[in-house]
Design a protein around this ligand. Sequence first.
Ligand code: ADP
Ligand code: MG
Length: 260
Amino acid sequence: TPSSRRTTGPTVLALANQKGGVAKTTSVASLGAAFAEQGRRVLLVDLDPQACLTFSLGVDPDTVERSVHDVLTAGVGLEEVVVACDDGVDLVPSTIDLAAAEAMLLARPGREYVLRTALEGLETAYDIVLLDCSPSLGVLTLNALTAADGLVVPMPCEMLSHRGVGQLLDTVADVQRILNRDLEVWGILPTLFDGRSNHAREVLADVGERYELPVLEPPIPKTVRFAEAPAVGRSVLATARTSKGAQAYREVAAALLARM
Ligand code: ADP
Ligand code: MG
């Protein structure tokens, strides 16, 4: 049965969208760094077998001995796999092993609750946990939505990016009904925004109304600075401290903090 709202413990936010390339991972790394700048204790969880978040925070997935895969399939505690990162956040890394977790979990009763249970067992205190989802609506993403207080949906400001949002919101409704009645959609996060494009501005103006969802502000500008950051294992908040992109993520983080 759906469990009731936790009164203690961190605020858990899932960043999900089953489309790839919408800036889920970039947003998790950047918002995590922004929360850490604000003095919050932050845990980031890489739930994608591609391990892009792990790599972008300076951890080589090929050298990780224990990962989120062991947490989800072998009952290993989150504490035992956490890595401290230069951005001032803790990371639960992923590896390609996670690709097999989906099938292993399918045979398990309560498979959607494994991550939630692991987070409830955390001994280290965190203020905020961000979950970086894979581009699918499979068991791993259901685990994220079941563990989360809030969902943030990163979405580029292009018409084609809308496809699939209806399906994501149907899944959210199912999760709210069956697995986690406390899950709330905190908003759409407009990403890869080109302010010079009329089309992008029209999409931005329309998207909230279309889905009857809040739109987080400001939109995250499209800039090349984001391409440089992962290669040095830091987020854009460290590699381009004063860039518009870094500043936009700080403002979105402040808006999210205000809601916590
Ligand atoms: P997802 O996790 O949704 O697949 P990523 O965060 O990996 O998406 O981003 C996809 C690509 O877009 C990456 O190469 C990333 O560097 C780039 N990117 C993300 N945000 C921006 C931005 N605001 N401006 C320019 N490039 C970006
Ligand atoms: Mg990603």
